[in-house]
Design a protein around this ligand. Structure first.
Ligand code: PEP
Ligand code: MN
Length: 338
């Protein structure tokens, strides 16, 4: 249930409500809004609980949460959450553009990419150091060496970066080097990984699983939130359908649907969704038009020779053109790039 405190509720009244809930063995999640404090209480309901809390000093109302995902739901938090990564804000007016190669291959590649995408207008850099490849014979990433390259390049070029973590045992290491972590589609229901990331408090992009329903995806987010990490950004990256002409099918309806059900920011990844370079720009325009908070775009200095995902990667010139092409839609939606 959600306990909405009165606008003028005192710290002491909030503490009394928390104490009461804790005595019942409920998990407490505080959300400090601009005007009022909201307390999320998660756990087994007991008879008379609701009525007891309702009449406590400073309490405006008590609302049961109907959805199975509690902390991720709009019922818990009415305003869209913002997630900060340094100066980059997810869920604000400015659209977040994340760009970079599928995988970190070497330092020169990353310096060239970071410089080019920043100049063109990207706000964040991406690059995989640990690659969750479908085939065990494909390039698996530079691992810790890749993290070190990303950190050095990010610091020298002045752009924060996001990178994927695939193993719960690596969370601490990846959190130490990175500005933001990513949970890939193949790991969306790796519950040990979700809990570990929840405990790390580092901002995280949670990609939708290859064949996950929106509810399963939001339940995965709930795992992270329930451990106390509220810095979750969702990413629609296409789902498996009968269509094989594209790598996946980009489910754009998920964007406004998730925004209806949840307060978490949501971005779109048209690169992994389509697997085709020429579809990245039109689907990005569509993603912006349905209201996404950002885009994740694969960019490589030499896509033809990329170690992974070359066919869906834009080169630097194409990325510059891409930024120009999305601008009118960004403006039309009342958002901005700078
Ligand atoms: C990625 O972003 O590098 C990636 C592997 O994407 P996904 O998990 O969506 O397949
Ligand atoms: Mn990729």
């Amino acid at each position: 249930m959600v306990i909405v405190m009165k606008e003028n509720a005192t710290d002491c009244q909030i503490a009394q409500v928390k104490e009461k809930l804790e005595k019942w063995g409920l998990g407490i999640h505080l959300s400090q809004g601009v005007e009022r404090t909201v307390i999320g209480a998660i756990g087994k309901k007991k008879e008379g609980m609701l009525e007891t809390i309702e009449i406590m000093e400073g309490v405006a109302k008590v609302v049961p949460i109907i959805q199975p995902f509690k902390l991720a739901s709009r019922e818990f938090r009415k305003e869209t959450s913002t997630v900060m990564v340094g100066d980059v804000e997810f869920g604000g007016e400015k659209l977040v553009i994340i760009a970079g190669p599928c995988a970190v291959e070497n330092e020169e590649q990353m310096i060239a990419t970071a410089t080019a995408v920043k100049k063109a207008g990207a706000t964040m850099l991406r690059g995989g150091a640990f690659k969750p490849r479908t085939s065990p014979y494909s390039f698996q990433g530079l691992e810790v060496e890749g993290l070190k390259i990303l950190r050095r390049v990010s610091d020298s070029v002045g752009i924060p970066f996001v990178t994927e973590v695939v193993n719960p045992l690596d969370v601490e290491k990846v959190a130490e080097y990175s500005d933001m972590m990513q949970i890939g589609a193949r790991n969306m229901q790796n519950f040990t990984l979700l809990r570990e990331i929840g405990r790390s408090k580092k901002p995280v992009i949670l990609k939708r699983g290859l064949a996950a329903t929106v509810e399963e995806w939001l339940m995965a987010a709930e795992y992270i939130l329930s451990e106390g990490n509220y810095n979750v950004v969702l990413c629609e990256r296409g789902i498996r359908t009968y269509e094989t002409a594209t790598r996946n099918t980009l489910d754009l309806s998920a964007v406004p649907l998730v925004q209806h059900l949840s307060h978490l920011p949501i971005i779109v990844d048209p690169s992994h969704a389509t697997g085709k370079r020429h579809l990245v720009m039109p689907l990005s325009r569509a993603g912006i038009a349905v209201g996404c908070d950002g885009l994740l775009i694969e960019v490589h200095p030499d896509p033809e020779n990329a170690l992974s995902d070359g066919p869906q990667s834009l080169n630097f010139g194409q990325f510059e053109e891409f930024i120009t092409e999305i601008k009118p839609i960004v403006t039309a939606m009342g958002r901005r790039l700078e």
